[in-house]
Design a protein around this ligand. Structure first.
Ligand SMILES: [Zn+2]
Length: 405
């Protein structure tokens, strides 16, 4: 499939630019117009790590006029095996600053915008707005779904890549893509390919499982390859296709990815109509929450027993549902009171809790309640517990008559 160029050409190239980009200019498909499009393009790279390093360097060398970098981390010695935009003397420095300097050294004609913050629900629209295309180099599922959803709501195409040990994947997610004739390309999003994140702990990260350093270059350069094609409207970008690379077998494969009419985001009856709690969705919990939950997690069967005892008057405790009011309307554990997680974060929830009763907390799946458990324990409720699996487990195992979501 061919798509119209994403970016209008800049008015002109300077003499310096003509000299610098001459090897592009003499390719007929790129030419002066294609290079002017690159000059006018604004590309945001998420992460200056394994994939972000080669992506940023080649985007800069190619003459993409404005490059944004989202990165809050600092350079660690263990990054240098693959994150080639950083050098030995950058260890301990902010990655965004180090990356910015490297880009300036590769191509001083490129404008670099640093977003030195962790991408989250509160800043994602502000950061994404104004960019033509996004290159996603993140390594965790919560951020991937956040990027996918935010890019969809803003109608910005993005090039996704992922790496692990010797295996790499890449694709272009552009659900709003239209063809040359103006009709919809019926292109999928990341959720069409992966509707659900893997269960927490099932897929090890590169920090846990390792990654062949040079694999980052293979996939990161594919991402830039696809970005250039989408920006300039040349070739056949990997929209609706998944590129799979096996470095050990030296094998590239391409699989078709179809738009899922039941996709929660871009399908016919979407259920994701705004940003969601991505940590909760992906089951990622902080170290503090994991510590608090260790030895203080009960099952829904135990909770059912405790609720019976409470009814009989032989036990007393407060069951707190820390979800949002709209979730509480869908389903609930009988006898629970609603105090959303945000009230624990701002401290107002603690005033509503009795000091002489045990606190039992639950949420949808057990992630948010583990986070609030850490707060409540920190406030002195030593015997507080939370319910593993949350209301999802309650509905599945105890009360299937309630709807799930
Ligand atoms: Zn979708």
């Amino acid at each position: 499939m061919t798509f119209p160029a994403l970016v209008e050409p800049a008015a002109e190239l300077t003499i310096d630019e003509v000299r610098r980009y001459s090897r592009h200019l003499i390719i007929p498909d790129v030419g002066m117009t294609g290079q002017k499009r690159l000059k006018n393009a604004k590309v945001l790279v998420i992460g200056a790590g394994g994939l972000g390093s080669p992506a940023l360097m080649y985007l800069a060398a190619a003459g993409v006029g404005t490059i944004g970098i989202v990165e809050f981390d600092e350079v660690d010695e263990s990054n240098l095996q693959r994150q080639i935009i950083h050098g030995q003397s950058d260890v301990g420095r902010p990655k965004a600053e180090s990356a910015k300097e490297s880009v300036a050294e590769i191509n001083p004609l490129v404008e670099v915008v640093v977003h030195a913050e962790r991408l989250d629900n509160d800043n994602v629209f502000r950061i994404f707005e104004g960019y033509d295309l996004i290159v996603d180099g993140t390594d965790n599922f919560a951020t991937r779904y956040l990027v996918n959803d935010a890019a969809y709501f803003l109608q910005i195409p993005y090039v996704w890549g992922s790496i692990y040990r010797f295996d790499g994947q890449a694709s272009v997610f552009w659900p709003h893509a239209t063809l040359e004739d103006g009709t919809s390309a019926e292109a999928p999003c990341y959720r069409c390919l992966y509707p659900e994140p893997p269960p927490p702990g099932m897929v090890p990260s590169c920090a846990e499982g390792g990654v062949l350093g040079v694999l980052c270059a293979s996939i990161g350069s594919i991402q830039v390859n696809e970005a250039i094609k989408v920006l300039t409207g040349i070739g056949d970008p990997a929209v609706g296709r998944l590129v799979i690379y096996d470095a050990l077998e030296l094998e590239w494969r391409k699989l078709k990815v179809r738009k899922d009419p039941n996709c929660a985001l871009c399908g016919e009856n979407p259920t994701v109509t705004g940003l969601i709690d991505y940590d909760d969705f992906c089951g990622a919990i902080s170290d503090e929450a994991a510590d608090a939950a260790a030895g203080s997690t009960i099952s829904v069967t135990q909770l059912e027993h405790m609720l019976k005892e409470r009814e009989e008057g032989t036990r007393d405790f407060v069951l707190v549902d820390v979800r949002e009011p709209n979730e509480y309307e869908i389903n609930k554990i009988p006898g629970s009171v609603l105090i959303p997680k945000g009230d624990f974060l701002n401290g107002s929830a603690l005033e509503q809790l009795p000091s002489d009763k045990q606190i039992v907390m639950h949420c949808k799946s057990g992630v948010r309640s583990a986070e609030t458990l850490a707060i409540v324990k920190g406030a002195g409720y030593a015997d507080a517990v939370h319910v593993g699996g949350g209301v999802v487990a309650w509905v599945n195992q105890i009360d299937p008559s309630q709807p799930s979501y």
